[in-house]
Design a protein around this ligand. Structure first.
Ligand code: NAI
Ligand code: MG
Length: 496
């Protein structure tokens, strides 16, 4: 069997996409399959193998077999292969973007294409880091030579979600492989096709078994990978709930774990920032054009009381101007929610907000029951004002386009509310007064604070969460060194 090539992303033809184990494109051992649905039309577009424990065992064995040679390959050479993968992927970036849009429902222009391009950047970035796997020498005196080596951990087991599937796959592949580990990666059941396409490009350049990509359900395939005794490192991106299971599995075998989990990130707007560019920034930070299915979504908006109503008026108008529509249509700003379960969950939060008498609906509401948008999982961008920070709407990660606005007058109170969350992933501060903005940035309990912008992550910045948003950092050189290598110290007595 060969990998899927020439995927026709413009039409709905059911196709079979095998998974990658030990350099071969294979079905699951059971022969069972999972359907992948296009959430914009609720029609199946592909079948992928329903991988299980037996497939995990084969993939882990293939990765373990590939480890000795790969870990001893000169780091610069490993990096060179990643750079070649980046070049080859760049040539297929449009095809990749369309595949992402088709399976995730993310709009091509605003999300899927940028994701495909950033994926290339990420692989290229890690391709350049081979020679940075440096150790240290320790000054114990003239008669002692003591130095550290950065050694790979072995077989890495990585599990990723569907919200930015290909980018998140690259974030595991790049650092794990550059550092000399081999990898078994489980794609999310809702979005495996782009990840398989990335795997296909990788496999053109990598020795067999260095990268293995499995498709399957979390409780079957994911759990078997997390619990496999030969996996020496777990890296997980997804819900806090499953993150806890992964950490438990890691604790059983004392293997290191990186977790990139959920968020309920605050945006604090100071009264001097009642301006158009701030409102645009709030919309960007909320990731409305990704249906807000983002762990860094700035989903709690803390607005100073003096500007509360006027700011929300303009915000409402701007949000209303965003166009929902077919993800493959270049004019669509916003696509669909990933699947029915998430769609219902998001609608449930909107219903709850509508029932709250104190809350004011600024814009949005429940999705239409008829018309073209009712064909897919289109959620309407929604903003509620006068929400209290202790409501479910303000505490739980909705992972959908529901923004809640909360008024404040006292700066300390705004920061207290921002920090009153079990999450601590991202935060956004908006003010012309840079001293005040930075005081707030330093006081906020979050792994990543942006001042006066609401952008996404870039390769090079150490990204990760405080509190229940996760453990460990990814996206950077430091993240690679900390998360994908272990230090060995060698100490030599020079007097003998
Ligand atoms: P999830 O955490 O269940 O799924 C993420 C990945 O974990 C998938 O590959 C899934 O197959 C796997 N998985 C699920 N159960 C597993 C288990 N028992 N053992 C091993 N692997 C397992 O996320 P889901 O159900 O798709 O979304 C639920 C909520 O999670 C969302 O509403 C959102 O709040 C949050 N989420 C956060 C993400 C983030 O980027 N931080 C990404 C996706 C979801
Ligand atoms: Mg789940």
């Amino acid at each position: 069997m060969t990998a899927v090539t020439n995927i026709r992303t413009d039409e709905v033809a059911l196709r079979k996409a095998p998974m990658l184990i030990g350099g071969n494109w294979v079905d699951s051992a059971s022969g069972e399959v999972l359907e992948v649905e296009n959430p914009a039309h609720r029609r199946p577009i592909a079948e992928v193998p329903r991988g299980g424990a037996e497939d995990v065992a084969r993939a882990v064995q293939a990765a373990a077999d590939a480890f000795p040679l790969w870990s001893r390959t000169i780091p610069r050479e490993r990096g060179r292969l990643l750079a070649r993968i980046a070049d080859a992927l760049e040539a297929r970036v449009e095809e990749l973007a369309r595949t992402i849009a088709l399976e995730t429902g993310n709009a091509l222009r605003t999300q899927a294409r940028p994701e495909a391009k950033t994926t290339v950047d990420i692989i290229r970035y890690f391709g350049g880091l081979g020679s940075e796997l440096k150790g240290e020498t320790i000054p114990f005196g003239e008669h002692i030579l003591s130095y550290t080596r950065r050694e790979p951990l072995g077989v890495v087991g990585a599990i990723i979600p569907w919200n930015a599937p290909v980018l998140l796959a690259a974030l595991k592949i790049g650092p794990a492989l550059c550092a000399g580990n081999t990898l078994v990666l489980k794609a999310a059941e809702d979005a495996p096709l782009g990840v398989l396409m990335l795997a296909e490009v990788c496999q053109e350049f990598l020795p067999a078994g260095v990268l293995n990509v499995l498709t399957g359900l979390g409780e079957e395939c994911g759990a078997a990978l997390a619990n496999h005794p030969m996996v020496s490192k777990l890296s997980f991106t997804g819900s806090t709930e499953v993150g806890k299971l992964i950490m438990r599995a890691a604790s059983d075998r004392i293997v290191p774990v990186s977790l990139e989990l959920g968020g309920k990130s605050p945006s604090i707007v100071f009264p001097d920032a009642n301006e158009d560019w701030v409102i645009d920034g709030i919309i960007a930070a909320m990731r409305f054009t990704r249906q807000s299915q983002s762990c860094t979504a700035g989903s709690r908006l803390f607005l100073h009381r003096d500007i509360f109503d006027s700011f929300l008026n303009v915000l409402g108008q701007k949000v209303k101007a965003l166009k929902l529509g077919d993800p493959l249509d270049e004019t669509s700003d916003i696509g669909t929610i990933i699947n029915e379960k998430q769609f219902r969950k998001v609608c449930g939060y909107v219903e709850e907000g509508l029932k709250r008498r104190e809350a004011r609906l600024v814009i949005g509401g429940l999705p239409p029951k008829e018309g073209p948008l009712s064909e897919g999982y289109y959620a309407i961008p929604t903003v509620f004002a006068n929400v209290a920070n202790d409501w479910r709407l303000a505490r739980e990660e909705i992972f959908g386009p529901v923004l809640v606005a909360i008024a404040w007058t006292d700066e300390a109170d705004a920061i207290r509310m921002a920090n009153d969350s079990h999450y601590g992933l991202a935060a956004y501060v908006w003010s012309h007064d840079i001293g005040r903005a930075l005081r707030a940035a330093h006081a906020i309990e979050a792994g990543w604070v942006q001042v006066n912008q609401g952008l996404g992550q870039s390769p090079g910045h150490s990204y990760g969460g405080y509190k229940e948003s996760g453990i460990g950092r990814e996206f950077s050189l430091e993240g690679m060194l900390e998360s994908y290598t272990q230090r060995k110290n060698v100490t030599i007595n020079l007097t003998h």
